[in-house]
Design a protein around this ligand. Structure first.
Ligand code: SR1
Ligand code: MG
Length: 402
């Protein structure tokens, strides 16, 4: 077994050749490092003669986005491949297939999804995805229900909690989402024109109170095995197919965090529409498409999670009348709060989103950033009183109208 070192493109070919059943023995393989994320190397290995291909994802011992000064555990590669294997069992067809994982090389060899597009880019290019709400609500309901105490024997669940303790990746979230944006942290990064907006975030103690409660929930509420970083850059998509990738942040946490992540990223795309859809009438349609998608995701998730609970619930006391309604309402509240926190961090924190940052005109970009902040902070402040997904949509629509 070779010791850990970052792979070269040539080594990626040798490893790819050893995966059974993909390439012919005499294939002349081509390898390219295509990773454009914050943390890892990603090699695309293909045979131009047959179009057979594979992806090799290798964790680096530091956060690529910052450099070697930010060391980061290689164990995240094990967590990612184990999460993908479990998610494939629970929500078949909604994640890439894992062919091989090597915990020493921190490597996962998996299905190539190049016939899909990263959803963030697809949305930016104006794509619509009619199957997305159905697929992602399936993914959320099935992976979250069957890893929670509602759908899994509590002793087995504790075994999973142990396997998915992920302190270093959780710390990134704890700092970048639930701390830095609310103080003048050196990790923050924002356009100069947002100085006053950032100062307003730092001065808002009502907002800090809600963020402290959300942070506490993130730190302590081991409700289900989360994906942990479910933004639109973690989804490969076509109009007919959805594949959730990159669960290296997986850990046992509050269910609303994954749901809120999806809402947040659709809402930031919504906020950026003045640039991506310049014509006003078309823009209204585009925004309605996005809010309808959010509505359908929540409705689908709520229905499917309840059905799974009614048909497969393992917990007698959880069938007490009223408990299910109360539980689902708490998930919705959490989704509001976490969505808001995830929006705020992408505007003033370390790592941003292309939907907003790629707007070239500074004035239009500033408008999208302020709209995002208005939606994000309102969601955080409303979270504990939220009772319906229509309130979230109302918050977004009122922010545009203001
Ligand atoms: C240092 S990593 C920055 C961000 O990239 C990942 O996708 C997570 O969202 C993380 O917060
Ligand atoms: Mg990622």
């Amino acid at each position: 077994m070779s010791s850990y070192h970052p792979l070269t493109e040539a080594e990626a070919i040798e490893i790819a050749k050893s995966v059974p059943g993909v390439f012919n023995a005499d294939a002349k393989l081509v390898s390219r490092e295509i990773g454009d994320g914050n943390l890892n190397l990603v090699f695309h290995v293909s045979d131009p003669a047959t179009n057979a291909s594979l992806i090799l994802k290798q964790a680096l011992p530091y956060a690529k986005v910052v450099g070697e000064s930010w060391p980061l555990t290689l164990d995240r590669a094990r967590i990612e491949s184990e999460a993908l294997i479990l998610q494939e069992k629970l929500a078949p067809g909604l994640v890439p297939k894992v062919y091989v994982n090597d915990n020493v090389l921190a490597l996962t060899v998996m299905e190539d999804l190049s016939d899909h597009v990263i959803m963030r880019r697809g949305l930016i290019e104006g794509g619509t995805y009619p199957k997305f709400a159905e697929d992602i609500s399936d993914f959320l309901a099935r992976t979250l229900f069957f890893t929670s105490d509602l759908g899994l024997n509590q002793q087995e669940k504790k075994g999973l909690v142990r396997s998915f303790v992920n302190p270093e990746l959780c710390k990134i979230t704890e700092d970048l989402i639930f701390d830095d944006p609310y103080t003048n942290s050196p990790n923050n990064s924002f356009d100069d024109h947002l100085k006053e907006d950032a100062q307003a975030l730092w001065d808002d103690s009502d907002l800090h109170f809600e963020v402290a409660l959300l942070r506490e929930k993130f730190l302590t509420h081991a409700q289900a095995l989360l994906h942990g970083d479910l933004h639109t850059g973690s989804i490969f998509i076509t109009p007919e197919s959805t594949k959730v990738i990159d669960p290296e942040f997986a850990f046992y946490g509050p269910i609303g965090f994954d749901i809120g992540a999806i809402f947040a990223n659709l809402l930031m795309h919504y906020a950026a529409q003045e640039h991506w859809t310049p014509d006003e009438a078309t823009r209204r349609d585009r925004r309605a498409y996005l809010t309808n998608t959010i509505r359908d995701i929540w409705a689908g998730f709520d229905r499917k999670f309840r059905e799974l609970w009614n048909e497969n619930g393992v917990d007698r006391i959880s069938r007490t009348p009223g408990y299910q309604d109360d539980y689902m309402n708490r998930l919705l509240k959490d989704a509001f709060g976490f969505a808001g926190a995830k929006i705020v961090r992408r505007i003033v924190g370390l790592s941003h989103v292309a939907d907003i940052d790629k707007i070239p005109d500074a004035a239009v970009r500033a408008k999208a950033q302020r709209l995002s902040l208005a939606i994000g902070t309102s969601l955080i402040k409303r979270n504990r009183n939220a009772a319906s997904i229509e309130e979230l949509i109302g918050i977004a629509e009122s922010a545009v109208a203001a």
